[in-house]
Design a protein around this ligand. Structure first.
Ligand SMILES: [Zn+2]
Length: 355
């Protein structure tokens, strides 16, 4: 294995944003294939057409007690290449919607947090719920808010969990700066992952597709993520009961749960469309048990640049390919088939691997 080669591949794959279905991701897939083939591996792509969402316009604002719009994208660093291709902060598989309602802060949005709100006599019914990242998958946060009657969800990263309270923020350190937005999927993957229109079957021509209205992993209420820089004025202006001890975060003032005179508007223009996902697959056929497969995979798509998530994982898979290629040249053959995989569309809900 060569750390230098892993480093070069990492730099290559994370130089530009490479969201599934974009020209930059097509380029990343080509880079991955071109890397595996000289190892003597039979690398190819395996494609599926899947149903996913694209943000057209994301607007989040506080409308009371004063008007203030949240930013939906970070400021670029001097070294950020193709920053115009970085997608705005949004939740993959959020429905579109335009909702204005009073805000209630619900901590991490866990069942016990709603119980604590109940004890305070605060209901989220008809409200926009403001929750912080952590302790549960963001799709669960949206699902629980919906079950409690909320009309929309705003998710933010609190500096206590991921920000200046921890240690220096990027680029001085690894923690999240004030304008950074955690993007992600809210697909209800515990229901089923993958293309929401083809549960239990690969999304290939001939597979029967559900009508989107029947796709149970897609949330019914709109939601979006914001930075703690933009959550701060919302939290600061919230009135209502003071939040319990474990609801308190790192912004340096006492959090209240609301509701009160703080309203927010979520105006999300999100289009749904069919996009192609292309997995990178390299198989080494087994000698005695070719139908038994050992799969070594990592996803190859990213929300933005993806150096950590998940280029760091994919480069390890690719480097294993180099080692296996060297063994093949010495005449070694595995008993079982070994498949190396670079999955596409993971960030939306494990799309490529599930299909
Ligand atoms: Zn990932």
């Amino acid at each position: 294995m060569s750390a230098d080669d892993i480093g070069r591949l990492s730099r290559n794959l994370s130089r530009r944003p490479h969201l599934v279905g974009t020209p930059n991701q097509a380029r990343a897939i080509e880079t991955a294939l071109a890397r595996l083939r000289p190892y003597g591996l039979d690398a190819r792509t395996q494609s599926y057409d899947v149903w996913l969402s694209r943000p057209k316009s994301i607007q989040v604002s506080m409308t009371k007690p004063y008007l203030r719009s949240a930013t939906v994208k970070e400021k670029p660093m001097p070294w950020s290449e193709d920053f115009q291709d970085v997608v705005v902060g949004y939740n993959a598989y959020s429905p579109p919607g335009d909702v204005t309602a009073p805000v209630v802060y619900a901590n991490y949005g866990l069942p016990e947090d709603y119980a604590a709100l109940d004890d305070l006599g605060v209901s989220v019914e008809g409200k926009i719920v403001l929750v912080r990242y952590g302790r549960s998958f963001r799709g669960v946060k949206v699902h629980l808010a919906d079950q409690h009657g909320a009309r929309g969800v705003i998710i933010y990263s609190d500096p206590e969990d991921d920000g200046f309270v921890r240690e220096p923020v990027y680029p001085e350190g690894p923690w999240r700066p004030a304008d950074s937005i955690q993007r992600g999927s809210i697909q209800f993957i515990w229901d089923y992952p993958g293309d929401p229109l083809t549960p239990g079957a690969p999304s290939v021509p001939g597979t029967k597709r559900l009508d989107p209205s029947q796709a149970t992993p897609i949330a019914k209420i709109p939601s979006t993520p914001i930075s703690y820089g933009d959550a701060e004025p919302l939290l600061r202006s919230l009135t209502g009961p003071e939040a319990p001890e474990d609801f308190q975060g790192g912004l340096g003032f006492p959090y209240h749960v609301g509701p009160g005179d703080t309203d927010a508007r979520l105006n999300l223009d999100i289009a749904y469309e069919t996009q192609r996902v292309s997995n990178v697959i390299a198989e080494i056929r087994g000698t005695t048990k070719p139908d038994e497969k050992v799969i070594i995979g990592a996803h190859l798509d990213a929300r933005t640049y993806g150096a950590n998530d998940n280029v760091s994982g994919y480069t390890a898979v690719s480097e294993i390919g180099r080692s296996l290629g060297q063994l093949l040249r010495r005449g070694w053959r595995p008993e079982r088939t070994i498949a190396l995989a670079g999955w596409d569309g993971e960030e939306y809900g494990l799309l490529g691997s599930t299909e």
